[in-house]
Write a protein that binds this ligand. Structure first.
Ligand SMILES: Nc1ncnc2c1ncn2[C@@H]1O[C@H](COP(=O)(O)OP(=O)(O)OP(=O)(O)O)[C@@H](O)[C@H]1O
Ligand SMILES: [Mg+2]
Length: 144
């Protein structure tokens, strides 16, 4: 599977997320990177739909920090570090425990809490070459 994808629409971004979802395993942490409007939340919609969850329930958890979506394939925990002041805030809401739940832990603005991310986190970087297109790069940690 290529590690760079090119999306030309919201639907295609969701489709790419769905393809990647097939490669994720229970307990994986997905770190999403990209500016405001890059498509991080759209990507999570695609993931939730691929898992058979309610994609309409997906929104940026900017104010609540954490949204939980039950799916037939397990929980998807969706976090947003945009407004938090640092890793301590995330620890306070039980981030470490979330990683132990055998769900999928997906976090927007992950670079703001870099020190808390597990070394196995899958890094996904969204960049907009144009208003309607997105480049999506996947960086998987190397396992020795
Ligand atoms: N190819 C595309 N893929 C994804 N989103 C796109 C694309 N083209 C346009 N968009 C638009 O970009 C926006 C992406 O919004 P989204 O909420 O997913 O961004 P975000 O990265 O979560 O931002 P924030 O940091 O504010 O939470 C939407 O308005 C969507 O319609
Ligand atoms: Mg968002």
């Amino acid at each position: 599977m290529p590690s760079t994808f090119h999306s030309h629409s919201v639907a295609q971004t969701e489709q790419i997320a769905a393809e990647l979802a097939a490669t994720f395993r229970p307990g994986d942490c997905i770190a999403l990177h990209g500016d405001l409007g890059a498509g991080k939340t759209q990507f999570v919609r695609g993931l939730v739909r691929a898992y058979g969850g309610q994609e309409r329930a997906v929104s940026s958890p900017t104010f609540v920090l954490l949204n939980c979506y039950p799916t037939p394939r397990g929980m998807i925990f969706h976090l947003d570090a945009y407004r938090i002041s640092g890793p301590a805030d995330l620890e306070a809401i039980g981030f470490e425990e979330l990683l132990q739940q055998n769900g999928l832990v997906v976090i927007e603005w992950a670079s703001r809490v870099k020190t808390l991310l597990p070394p196995t986190a899958i890094q996904i970087i969204l960049t907009p070459p144009s208003p309607t297109t997105r480049q999506i790069d996947i960086l998987r940690p190397d396992f020795p």
